[in-house]
Design a protein around this ligand. Structure first.
Ligand code: CTP
Length: 418
């Protein structure tokens, strides 16, 4: 189950050409089980038709302050009071100004004023309007009052202008919304989680390296799942081929030794480390300053030396919940169990290496001191959700504020491993 499932989201759309992009957001949230009430301003409806949002959300689009909902209570008061979050995307300079001033002259501004729900604002406007001191002061005021106001993206606008004013991409807005919901009600709120992802590149010369096929997909999904549960997440990523999630602190590294430095910095004060990166065990003993030329040689011998074992070196950090990964081509569970013990881990996630590396789907087995649970073959996104739920269930006492611990437990109840 995702953080948006069953949540009541008010999606306010104001008059910007970028309004068409929000169609995808409304669709994604609805497919994920959210109850999405779209409020459009009159000018928003000049850019996209209400029928599109109505069809995608399965709910009437609202624009009239005086329309009565089914329960007979005046809509503009009741709607915001029952919301889990309000997003305004795209938000024009005009709407931002009216919100900052507390003006409520249409259904959207009235709903925001009559709501305590967390507010996420994604501005989109001409770069000069965005940079104007009036807009900047309004945004600063809204942030001071607790609203999350995203920075618009830099790039080419619909009019032939380049600058900062574009609506952030939908995955960014969606990630920020999930983070906001997590910080409000997630079981890891207030916790610090470090996730490593991708592979490492160990340089041979300025243009060549020894690497592996890790895509970053699994680690990025784990970082997003921790973020959605309310944690503040540091994602330390080696080279990867997919886009990182929004609303996490991204630290990019290249080599195993750089990753070790980044991990040692990030775990200071952290509660949970999920070490998903495929770290190279060896690196070339020397890196040539110039491109290696083959000359007349028929063979080339590369001398490799051991890289540090990042996770294995953290055995003394008993306060930190440590989760490792073991991707093997053979004797999977035996190797995974020995790594669990040798590296002093709380849990290890075992998976078959060839089938999962770079793939969309993964079949994992979760092992800890108590035994193992085999999870079904599934997309890495849902697998990541199950890993986080299993961590929360097993280590609730160390990770969750006491009032949130579920005494019955629920996650990870799949096929047991003998
Ligand atoms: N790991 C690490 N530092 C390394 C190698 C691996 O921190 N230099 C971490 C990985 O991120 C993973 C776990 O240790 O969480 C197991 O990694 P794996 O490569 O499967 O194990 P190795 O320690 O390399 O053991 P082996 O070479 O025997 O497979």
């Amino acid at each position: 189950m995702s953080i948006v499932t069953g949540k009541r989201i008010i999606l306010g759309i104001t008059g910007s050409i970028a309004a068409y992009k929000i169609v995808e957001l409304a669709r994604n949230l609805t497919l994920d089980g959210a109850i999405v009430d779209v409020i459009m301003t009159i000018s928003a409806q000049r850019f996209v038709g209400a029928a599109t949002f109505q069809a995608l959300t399965g709910r009437p689009v609202l624009d009239d302050m005086w329309a009565l909902p089914e329960d007979g209570v005046v809509g503009h008061v009741s709607l915001g009071q029952h919301a889990d979050a309000v997003i305004i995307a795209p938000a024009t300079a005009n709407t931002i100004a009216r919100l900052a001033a507390g003006i409520c002259d249409d259904l959207l501004t009235t709903t925001v004023l009559a709501s305590n729900a967390p507010l996420l604002i994604a501005p989109a406007m001409n770069p000069l309007m965005y940079a104007h001191p009036a807009t900047q002061a309004n945004i600063a005021l809204l942030r001071q009052r607790g609203a999350t106001v995203l920075e618009p993206a830099y790039g080419r606008m619909a009019e032939p202008v380049v600058g900062r004013g574009r609506l952030p991409d939908v995955p960014v807005i969606e990630g920020e919304l999930r983070a906001l919901l997590g910080r409000t009600s997630g079981p890891l709120r207030g916790r610090r989680v470090v996730v490593t992802a991708g592979g490492t590149h160990e340089p041979l010369d300025p243009v060549r390296f020894i690497g592996n096929r890790a895509s970053g997909r699994m680690g990025y999904a784990l970082a997003a799942a921790a973020r959605d549960r309310g944690a503040s997440v540091v994602l330390i990523s080696g080279p990867a081929t997919v886009d990182p999630p929004a609303a996490v602190t991204l630290v990019r590294v290249e080599t195993a030794r750089e990753m070790q430095q980044a991990v040692l910095r990030a775990i200071d004060g952290a509660d949970l480390l999920i070490m998903n990166a495929a770290v190279a065990d060896f690196r070339p003993a020397t890196t040539a300053e110039k491109k290696i030329k083959k000359g007349d040689d028929e063979e080339l011998t590369i001398h490799l030396v051991r890289n540090p074992d990042i996770l294995g070196g953290l055995a003394q950090r008993r306060d930190l919940v440590k989760v490792g990964f073991a991707a093997e081509t053979h004797d999977l569970l035996a190797y995974a169990r020995s790594k669990l013990e040798r590296k002093g881990l709380d849990m290890i996630v075992a998976n078959e290496a060839v089938a999962s590396i770079g793939a969309d789907d993964i079949q994992m087995t979760l092992l800890d001191a108590q035994g193992g649970v085999r999870l079904p073959l599934q997309p890495k996104t849902t697998a990541a959700e199950m890993v986080l739920d299993a961590i929360l269930e097993r280590f609730a006492a160390r990770l969750c504020p006491p009032e949130q611990v579920d005494p019955t437990g629920s996650a990870g109840a799949d096929e047991p491993v003998p």
